[in-house]
Design a protein around this ligand. Sequence first.
Ligand SMILES: Cc1cc2nc3c(=O)[nH]c(=O)nc-3n(C[C@H](O)[C@H](O)[C@H](O)COP(=O)(O)OP(=O)(O)OC[C@H]3O[C@@H](n4cnc5c(N)ncnc54)[C@H](O)[C@@H]3O)c2cc1C
Length: 149
Amino acid sequence: MDLEFLQTVDPQILVGVAVAVVAIAIGAIFLFSSKKPRGVLDPENFRDFKLVKRTQLSHNVAKFTFALPTPTSVLGLPIGQHISCRGKDSQGEEVIKPYTPTTLDSDVGSFELVIKMYPQGRMSHHFREMRVGESLAVKGPKVQGLFPQ
Ligand SMILES: Cc1cc2nc3c(=O)[nH]c(=O)nc-3n(C[C@H](O)[C@H](O)[C@H](O)COP(=O)(O)OP(=O)(O)OC[C@H]3O[C@@H](n4cnc5c(N)ncnc54)[C@H](O)[C@@H]3O)c2cc1C
């Protein structure tokens, strides 16, 4: 850059330009660092999530913790919406039911479902049989207000 040119410019303009450059740089850093991570859910296709922990809360209620693909992944489910979970009933037939995670997108790396399992329930059977290390097929978000499948 021609420094002689700078000597001809009003110092106040130089200070103004410098302040503007610094402000834009700070704004860009803030924008990129506060960018929300994208969720891993797909509303169209089921994705498998591995069960990493199962905690029995009562005789028929358990908390299931599923791992997300990376420790910094978020599920990506807006508040008030729910997911569809796919499993097999006691006859081996496919069943899909809606569930609401008890975790939020501020929770990274995993998500939790608290499930009440009914003796005759079709999806209840799937959750009752699920063991740590197995995967659950999940898709979403599923918009509130639609009838459960
Ligand atoms: C938006 C939404 C979110 C949901 N989130 C959750 C959640 O986070 N956790 C959760 O545990 N469930 C949740 N549910 C309920 C869930 O979708 C299933 O309906 C439930 O797990 C029972 O499914 P099933 O296939 O085991 O029972 P089904 O095969 O549908 O029912 C078989 C039998 O189970 C018994 N049964 C089923 N549902 C009930 C009930 N509600 N009350 C009493 N008896 C019943 C009855 O005897 C029934 O005849 C949610 C439902 C909706 C609509």
